[in-house]
Design a protein around this ligand. Structure first.
Ligand SMILES: [Zn+2]
Length: 338
């Protein structure tokens, strides 16, 4: 069992803001390792050094959590690219790489599960059994390799996210459950996003919120309502794109000529690092506890967010606490250059 941080996610959230960093699949696509479209993380097995490098860059930028690249590393998705037999090896390797890099900087390791494409509210009972088995399978490998908590993310259905929550809680791990928000107000099974977060928190999720789909401008208004509604910790992991009320998600962004920008012509809509720093600051003011970034995220954004949150972050350990706060320098960077 790998040696991990002494302070778990809940201790750190108690002490301050935790900075998340995601967007592995999009960034590795930009670097030439993942195919746009299926977005399956075969790179974990085929080019593990590329994954290791990106983890390390996020760590150096100031991220507190290394999220194992097991997004879409489930049976349904791997079947579509004919790599179902690599499922266990891929999951274990992703966890090992995340653990390896996390130890370089006292970061936490999160196991990651996501929307399965197998859940069907019209065939709820049977499809729930399939989804549950997929989550149990993935998380049994994650627990075996060593994780601090689980992120269940990009959940289109509240029903599916509740299955994830149940499986995580049965394992006795802290659970962060965040919803996708591709529709204006409701999950695909018809729950207002704020109500859905409240239900998740009431069912025992330690951290609830939203990830992916929306840029800061259209995600934070919902997050503010979630914050006012729940007493659990709240997470926001937007995409770094300039969404607006007319085009609230990155899937809906269109260029002036009317062409859909998603998923590989999004560059004209990218936020600057300063806009992402401003988002992090605003999220902090709203009382968001886990402030991160999703698809489109890359190390320079995480660095900008780390800098603006430097005085409010949870010290990774006692050594960090004793060394105190140095405004403007992400604490982890401070440790690396010390
Ligand atoms: Zn995303």
């Amino acid at each position: 069992m790998p040696v991990r941080s002494q302070r778990g996610i809940l201790d750190r959230l108690q002490a301050g803001i935790v900075l998340g960093a995601e967007g592995y699949v999009f960034e590795l696509e930009r670097r030439g390792y993942i195919k746009a479209g299926p977005y399956v993380p075969e790179v974990v097995l085929d080019f593990p050094d590329a994954v290791r490098e990106l983890h390390r860059e996020f760590l150096r930028a100031g991220a507190d959590v290394m999220v194992a690249l097991t997004y879409y590393a489930h049976r349904e998705k791997l079947k579509t690219v004919g790599r179902e037999n690599d499922l266990e090896a891929l999951n274990r390797q992703a966890l090992r790489v995340a653990n390896e890099v996390a130890r370089e900087g006292d970061a936490l390791v999160a196991g990651d599960i996501c929307n399965t494409w197998a859940y069907d509210p019209k065939n709820k009972e049977a499809s729930s059994r399939v989804v549950r088995a997929m989550y149990e399978e993935q998380l049994s490998w994650a627990v075996d390799e060593g994780i601090d908590f689980v992120i269940a993310e990009t959940n289109d259905y509240l029903g599916e996210s509740l299955i994830a929550l149940q499986v995580i809680k049965e394992l006795g791990l802290p659970a962060m459950v965040t919803l996708a928000s591709t529709r204006p107000h409701q999950t695909w099974d018809g729950y207002d996003y704020v109500d859905a977060c409240k239900i998740l928190a009431d069912q025992g999720a330690d951290i609830v919120g939203l990830n992916c789909d929306r840029g800061p401008a259209t995600m934070l208004p919902i997050i503010e309502r979630v914050r006012n509604r729940v007493s659990s910790y709240v997470a926001a992991q937007p995409v770094p794109f300039k969404t607006d009320p007319a085009m609230p998600t990155f899937e809906s962004l269109k260029t002036a000529s009317g062409t859909r920008a998603f998923p590989i012509a999004l560059e004209p809509f990218l936020c600057t690092r300063f806009e992402m720093a401003a988002y992090a600051e605003r999220a902090k003011e709203l009382g968001v506890n886990y402030i991160g970034i999703c698809c489109g995220g890359s190390p320079h954004y995480v660095r900008a967010m780390a800098e603006v949150l430097a005085g409010d972050r949870a010290p990774p350990d006692d050594r960090g606490a004793r060394r105190g706060k140095r405004e403007g320098i992400p604490r982890r960077l401070e440790r690396l250059i010390a």
